[in-house]
Design a protein around this ligand. Structure first.
Ligand code: COA
Length: 147
């Protein structure tokens, strides 16, 4: 049986922290689908096509990893893909409350998968897509933070 996990998010843009989580997840699952939400409550800076293109380029040639989009509830997408888990990254204690709430709400909708939390390398614990966008917009260096 192939064990599939979904790694959902906005990826606006994908960072080296996200990639670190994906590579860690590869040791646990046969297949990971990196799923870009079309219905995020955030207004993205990069278009959906740009975000998908960044992900596809960064993950090109990595076996067992797919890139996709989803709309509507994550729990429905998990069912459609017959996934057994959703992967989320936990960078710091501050992520916990939001992630815990989302994991339990998702479990309420669909009890047939688990949310698995992975911690990125310490180098990426302070990294976020919005900080990368701001540094770049103000002319700073983002080398080492994004692929
Ligand atoms: N490295 C770097 N940054 C990371 C990271 C890591 N390992 N893990 C998380 N982040 C950052 C992201 O860059 C992002 O930063 P930003 O806020 O500055 O842009 C932030 O943490 C969280 O973003 P992300 O992981 O992309 O999640 P999200 O909160 O944008 O997306 C969804 C959440 C899409 C998974 C959620 O809204 C969803 O499931 N939507 C579908 C609808 C649904 O089912 N809703 C009910 C939910 S209970």
């Amino acid at each position: 049986m192939i064990r599939t996990a979904i790694y959902p998010g906005s990826f606006d843009p994908v960072t080296n922290g996200h990639l670190d989580i994906i590579h860690r997840g590869k040791h646990l699952f046969d297949r990971i689908i990196v799923a870009v939400s079309k219905d995020s409550h955030k207004s993205p800076y990069f278009s959906l096509e740009e975000r998908l293109s960044f992900l596809r380029t960064a993950l090109k040639g990595t076996p067992g990893i797919g890139v996709d989009t989803f709309s509507g509830l994550l729990t429905n997408y998990v069912k459609i893909q017959k996934a057994c888990a959703v992967i989320r990254g936990l960078r710091a204690v501050s992520d916990f409350e939001y992630e815990f709430q989302m994991a339990l709400m998702n479990r309420r909708q669909n009890t047939r998968f688990e949310t698995v939390f992975l911690m990125p390398d310490e180098r990426y614990t302070y990294l976020s897509s919005s900080l990368v966008r701001e540094i770049s917009r103000l002319g700073g260096h983002v080398r080492g933070l994004v692929p």
